[in-house]
Design a binder for this molecule. Sequence first.
Ligand SMILES: Nc1ncnc2c1ncn2[C@@H]1O[C@H](COP(=O)(O)OP(=O)(O)OP(=O)(O)O)[C@@H](O)[C@H]1O
Length: 709
Amino acid sequence: METQAYEEELQQLNTIMNEIDRQLTKLEGVPIYTGSDVTEQVLEGIRETNRRNLRIAINEPYFGRMDFQEEGKESVPLYIGKIGVSDIATEDPMVIDWRAPVASMFYSFTGGDDLAYYDSPEGIIEGLIYLKRNIVIRKKNLQRVVDTYIKGSQNESVTDDFLLYRLSENKDNRLKDIVSTIQSEQNDIIRSSKNTPLIIQGVAGSGKTTVALHRLAYLIYQYRETIRAEKMIIFAPNNMFLNYISNVLPELGVGGIQQTTFTDWALAILDYEVAAKDSSENLDKWFSTGVDRPKINENTPGKWKGSIHFKDYIDRCIERYEASAVPDRDFEPWDKIKIEKETLHQWFSYEYKHYPLAKRRERIVARIKKWIDGELKNIEETNIKKDKKKKATQYLTSYMKQWPKHTALSFYKSLFVLTDKSTLADSIPAEIMKTTAMNCKKKEVDLEDLAPLVYIHNRLYGIEAQYKYHHVIIDEAQDFSPFQIGLLKQMAQGNSFTILGDLSQAIHEYQGIKSWDEFLEIFNHDQVKYYELSRSYRSTMEIIHFANEIISKAEIPVSLANPVFRSGEKVKMIQVEDTNRINLIIKTIEQLQHNKMDTIAIIGRTEKECALLHDALTEAGMSATFIHSKQRKYEGGISVVPVYLAKGLEFDAVLLMDVDEQHYEATNQDAKLLYVGCTRALHELWVLYSGRKSPLIEDIDVQLFTSMI
Ligand SMILES: Nc1ncnc2c1ncn2[C@@H]1O[C@H](COP(=O)(O)OP(=O)(O)OP(=O)(O)O)[C@@H](O)[C@H]1O
C-alpha cells in the first residue's frame, strides 16, 4: 500500500513539477522591465512576485494532500503548498495555497466521521474528508509519504507521528516555517480575524514566534485588498533575535514587513533627538547575583514609567500645557491695533483643535503673520510701514516666547523639574526625578523613557502616516510595559494586534508585566481574544518535565507546559569542581557532537561570567561564539550565552552552567531564569553546578534526571 501511495505521488509530482517548470521558464524568458511606464512597472511587479513564488514552489511544491468531497460533488484530491499554482491553460488549481480557506481543514481536521467544513467567501462549505496525507519533498525529490488519516481505516489518526518526525530533526541557526505541521490550536490563532486584538499566553516552545510569523503571511493573503506588508510591523527583543527569525517570512513568500526592536523604532520616530543608553549596563545591573541584586518595586524606574498611571500623568501635564499655552493677553503690536486674546483662544481651542499641539502653534503663528501683513497693507508711508513691520516682528517674537515651542524631549524634561509647589511633579519619586532630569540633559535616555517620549511626540506633532500600522505583532510581550502597549494601540489601525508572550519567562521583572490583565484592561477586556497555548513542541518530554518542576516553584498564574510525546535522553545533573570545569565542558561537547547535536549552547548566568568562560574555552582550543548584548547575528554551532540573552532561541543541546545556590536562589526571578535556560534545549539538557546545588533543583523528583559525578 505504501509503495502504491508513493508511486502515485511520484507521478503527480512529475505532472506538477513540469507545469511549474514550464511557467517559470516562460516568466524567466520575459526581459525585466526597467523603463518608466507605470502600467509596465506594475506588470513587472506582478511578474517578479510570480517568479519569486515559483522559485519557492519548484523545490517543494506542496507538503500535503487532502481528499475532500464537498456535499453533492465528487471527491477530489487537493494538494496544499506554500504557494498556490494553477494550470495555466485551464486555470484549474493544481496546488492550493496553505492560507486558502479550503486548506484550513488540513489543519483543523483531526479525524472522525463528522462532516468537515470550512468558511468560504460564499459561506460555510461542508463535506467529507477521505484522506489526509503528508508528503515530504526536498529539492524536487519525493522523500516521504505518510497518511495521517484514511477514512474507514482502523488507525485513523497518526498525525502526531509526522509531527514527531519533524520535531526530532536538528535545528540549524534559523527558525523554520511549520506550514506542513501547523496544529489545530495554532491554526485558530493564525486565521483569527484581523481586527480582533489577540493576546496569546504560550508556554516555552509552544510556537508563539512561529505562529506570529505565519499569521502575518495569512493576513497578507486573506486581506490582500486592504493590507500592505510595509504597514505591518514585528517588535522583537533584540537584533540577534530578528536575525534568528529572518528566514521564516521569505520561506513563506512574504517580504517587506518591518521588523525591529522597540528602541530602534522609537529612536527613529524621535528623529534621534535622544540616544538610548547602552543596554548592557542595565542588563548587568538587573541580572547581577548576590549582594549586587537590585530590589524591584513599583518605584523601580521601568515599572513606574511603564505604568498607565504615568501615561495618565503625562496626559494631565499636556492638558495643563494646552490650557495655558496661548498667552493670556491680546496680541497688540501697535497701539489700539490688536488681535484680542479671546480670538486667539478661539483659533487655538476650536478652529485648530483637530491639529496636534505643535501644529496648532505653527498655524497660529502663520495666521498672525498674515494678519500683520494685512494691517501693514493699510499703511501707505514707506518709512512708517517699515518701522511698524519691525515693531510687529519684535512683538511677535516676545509674544511667542511666552508660548514655548516644545520638542518631545524638552516637554519630557520639563516634567522632571520641580518649578513650583503646585506642580504635578510632586508625585514623581525623588530618585526618578533626579536621574531622569540628568539623562534628559545629556540627551541619553533609558528604554523606559522611550514610550513616554514617543507618546509626547505624537501628542505634539501627531502620528505620521508611515507610523500608522495595518497590523502590529509584539513578541516576548511579557517584557513590554502597559505604557508601550497603550502607545502602540494609538498607532495600529482597527486595534489589529497579535501580542504573544509567556509569564513564566517574564525575566525582565523591572519593566514587564505580572499578569495579562494589565494589557487586557488597555483593550477593554471584552474586545480582545485571549488564547493559551500549553502544548510545547520544542523540547523532549524529559526536558519539559524537569523544567516544569522548576517553574512550579514560582508563583505564576499560567498553566504548565504539556510536552508532545517525544522522548529522549534523561536530563543529566553533574557536580563539577572549578578545576575540572573546562575539561568537562569540552568532553561533554565532544560527546554531544558525536551524538549529532549541531547547535549547542553553554548557558551562563551573567555576561561577565560568560565572557570569562568563553576566554577559557578558547584558550583550551574550543571554537565557540560568545553571545553578548550587542550581538546582531546568531551563528549557530557552539555558543556561550548568558541565560537572559538565550530567551527566544533554541539549541539541539544545552549545558546550563553554575546552577548553584549563589547563581540561582529560591526566588521567582531565578526560577524563571532557570526555566528559560532549560527550555532552550530540544534534545539534551545537562545541568552543571559546583558546591551546593541551587534550591530550585534540590528536591526535583529523582526519576526526572540522571546524576553524574
Ligand atoms: N506545529 C509545529 N510543527 C512543527 N514544529 C513546531 C510547531 N510548533 C512549534 N514548532 C517548533 O517548536 C519550536 C519552538 O517554536 P517557537 O520558537 O516559535 O516557540 P515559542 O513559543 O516562541 O518559544 P519560546 O517562548 O520558548 O521562545 C520551534 O523549533 C518550532 O519550529
